[in-house]
Ligand binder design. Structure first.
Ligand SMILES: Nc1nc2c(c(=O)[nH]1)N(C=O)[C@@H](CNc1ccc(C(=O)N[C@@H](CCC(=O)O)C(=O)O)cc1)CN2
Ligand SMILES: Nc1ncnc2c1ncn2[C@@H]1O[C@H](COP(=O)(O)OP(=O)(O)OP(=O)(O)O)[C@@H](O)[C@H]1O
Length: 199
């Protein structure tokens, strides 16, 4: 049975509150484990353009690990999403630690005036996720529309804490499953519907 949109909205609120309530010491410990697993994943996939999100509402802060990855080899780029004025896909723009940022309509810092970047890999924050790689975001549909629009499709890595893991997220027609899930327990390829392992 499909969960109604009000069920999804309640579940989203519960999951965000659970993540925001994570005690500082545990958050630091889990974040360190996520940072440690992120680096070998990026090196192993040999990508050089990575899109990620500025931490919002208790999401995992990936910045220290990503800045270390950036500094470790030439020709690497990081990008942050810019929310479109109209309904549409996110636009990824170059970010470095000194890039000027302005708050978007949700209060999330976004780069202003830097060049567009086509990410080869997207680190997608999750409010909820399952082992198949289905996720619950903030309900804006931004990532779904972005993944539908990006050609070639980037590798997608859902990033979150284990406290956001669900037995099953009700997949909707427009949902595209993530390729990998990264939590404090490590990085795992998502289990595809056909029984195979992604990607
Ligand atoms: N850190 C981070 N940045 C991100 C995303 C994300 O998931 N995480 N996004 C990923 O897509 C985009 C922003 N998407 C968002 C969509 C809705 C809400 C939000 O708070 N919605 C309110 C309702 C707001 C309204 O419609 O007036 C809510 O849920 O209460 C926030 C971010 C781009 N930047
Ligand atoms: N590819 C798409 N094209 C057009 N509309 C879409 C597409 N993907 C999602 N949407 C619309 O976006 C809305 C929100 O989708 P959903 O509830 O799956 O958001 P979410 O995955 O929680 O949010 P987000 O992707 O921003 O993190 C839905 O009403 C859906 O119709």
């Amino acid at each position: 049975m499909q969960a109604s949109s009000s069920d999804r909205s309640k579940l989203r609120k519960t999951l965000i509150a659970r993540r925001e309530a994570l005690p500082d010491a545990l958050r630091m410990q889990h974040t360190a484990a996520i940072h440690a697993a992120l680096r070998p994943l990026l090196e192993g996939l040999a990508v050089s353009r990575v899109g990620f999100c500025w931490p919002y509402r208790g999401e995992v802060d990936l910045r220290p690990a990503l800045l270390a990855w950036l500094a470790a080899a030439p020709r690497r780029l990081l990008a942050l999403p810019v929310v479109p004025d109209q309904v549409g896909a996110l636009e990824f723009r170059h970010w470095f630690s000194d890039t000027p940022l302005a708050s978007d309509r949700f209060g999330i810092p976004a780069p202003i005036g830097t060049p567009r970047v086509e990410p080869e890999l997207l680190l997608v924050p999750v409010n909820g996720f399952d082992a198949r790689g289905y996720r619950l975001g903030y309900g804006g549909g931004f990532f779904d529309r972005t993944l539908a629009a990006l050609q070639p499709a980037p590798i997608t890595v859902g990033v979150g804490f284990e406290l956001s893991r669900l037995t099953q997220v009700d997949a909707q027609a427009h949902d595209r499953p993530l390729d990998w899930i990264l939590t404090e327990d490590g990085c795992q390829p998502c289990q595809r519907e056909d029984g195979g392992i992604a990607p």
